[in-house]
Design a protein around this ligand. Structure first.
Ligand code: SAM
Ligand code: SF4
Length: 328
């Protein structure tokens, strides 16, 4: 699949639910309304769309949300998609999770062909963690991470850079990750949803955020890339692989290879744009020829690049979508 700008598209992110048991304040407001269940694609609809997209060239699928592991019977979908990994039709099935339900799911993930997962932890201080997530239990998350490690899953910790909130947690986090052989990715906040003013206050450029690491360790650039927007560094002598994701201060659009399927069947072609193509009617009523036509349309309409800088500067340009709708 090639888009209108000649980019090869082989990565699909599927948001399996917009719901979550946390309320991270940069992601969604405390009182968030969620989609009615009738609007959600059921697992057979998601699996049929995924099959078709795989047939057209998708090689990697990431499940996200909301919190993917809170959707009821999510193991049914994980096992179904895992069949493609076992059959060699998918290079990778992975997920991004807040870790709170990993203890129950890590074995199922490993058995289903999942090899790597991303777990979002913004602080190793239980109080700061509870504050950022509005109620999350750090001990439960760390227990889940340990279970995932014991199941043989390779783990990357995602940490959002929040000015004045979690910078002092950076060195402990780097040491925790190095000691456990986890990768660490630092993410700049993006202006999604309707809490932009808060987020402007929380925004800190990555280079400023990682100053404590630079002050204590040497950073050597690594040339390898995953199928994502991170740039990687080796932190000596910790032996840590550090990813820096800089959507605001550095544009990662030139080699964007992804599409995002929302839980109600829309394909968003860019995290920073409201433009989408709705597949729900096609998959529910019209059949695979319609799905193929919609997919061609989505590829044609994929924007060249996001415009987060302008959205951050001009609140009236803000995207009303929250991150939990399209998935991280
Ligand atoms: N609930 C799962 C989790 O937290 O990992 C998966 C969904 S969450 C939306 C995916 C990722 O997006 C998380 O790492 C989260 O920290 C990040 N995220 C959410 N809102 C963000 C924002 N406004 N800017 C940058 N990253 C954000
Ligand atoms: Fe939930 Fe993930 Fe959003 Fe936090 S970042 S509220 S865990 S979906």
């Amino acid at each position: 699949m090639i888009d209108g700008f000649g980019r090869k598209i082989d990565y699909l992110r599927i948001s399996v639910t917009d719901r979550c048991n946390f309320r991270c304040h940069y992601c969604m407001p405390e009182k968030q309304s969620f989609l009615p269940h009738a609007d959600l694609l059921d697992y057979s609809e998601i699996a049929s769309l995924a099959n078709r997209f795989i047939a057209h060239g998708i090689r990697k699928i990431r499940l996200t949300g909301g919190e993917p592991l809170v959707r009821r019977d999510i193991d049914v979908l994980i096992k179904e998609l895992g069949r493609h990994v076992h059959a060699g039709r998918l290079d990778e099935l992975t997920l991004t999770t807040n870790g709170s339900r990993l203890r129950q799911f890590s074995e199922i993930l490993a058995d289903s062909g999942v090899r790597r997962i991303n777990v979002s932890i913004d602080s190793l201080d239980p109080d700061i963690f509870r504050n950022i997530t509005r109620g999350g239990d750090l001990a439960q998350v760390l227990e889940g991470v340990s279970a995932a490690k014991a199941s043989g899953l390779h783990i990357k910790i995602n940490m959002v850079a929040l000015k004045g909130q979690n910078q002092t947690d950076l060195l402990p986090m780097a040491e925790y990750c190095a000691a456990n052989s986890f990768d660490l990715s630092i993410i700049e906040t993006m202006p999604l949803g309707n809490a932009v003013e808060d987020r402007q206050n929380a925004y800190i450029a990555i280079n400023d955020f990682i100053a404590p690491i630079r002050a204590n360790f040497q950073l050597q650039p690594l040339t390898d890339r995953s199928a994502g927007p991170a740039r990687y560094w080796h932190v000596a002598p910790l032996g840590l692989r550090l990813g820096l994701i800089t959507p605001m201060s550095h544009n990662f659009c030139d080699d964007c290879n992804r599409l995002r399927l929302t839980t109600d069947g829309k394909i968003f072609m860019c995290l920073g744009s409201e433009m989408h193509v709705d597949f729900r009617k096609a998959i529910r009523e019209e059949g695979m020829d319609a799905v193929d036509r919609m997919l061609q349309k989505a590829l044609r309409l994929k924007p060249e690049r996001h415009d987060f800088e302008r959205q951050m500067a001009q609140p009236e340009m803000r995207l009303v979508r929250h991150m939990n709708t399209t998935g991280g």
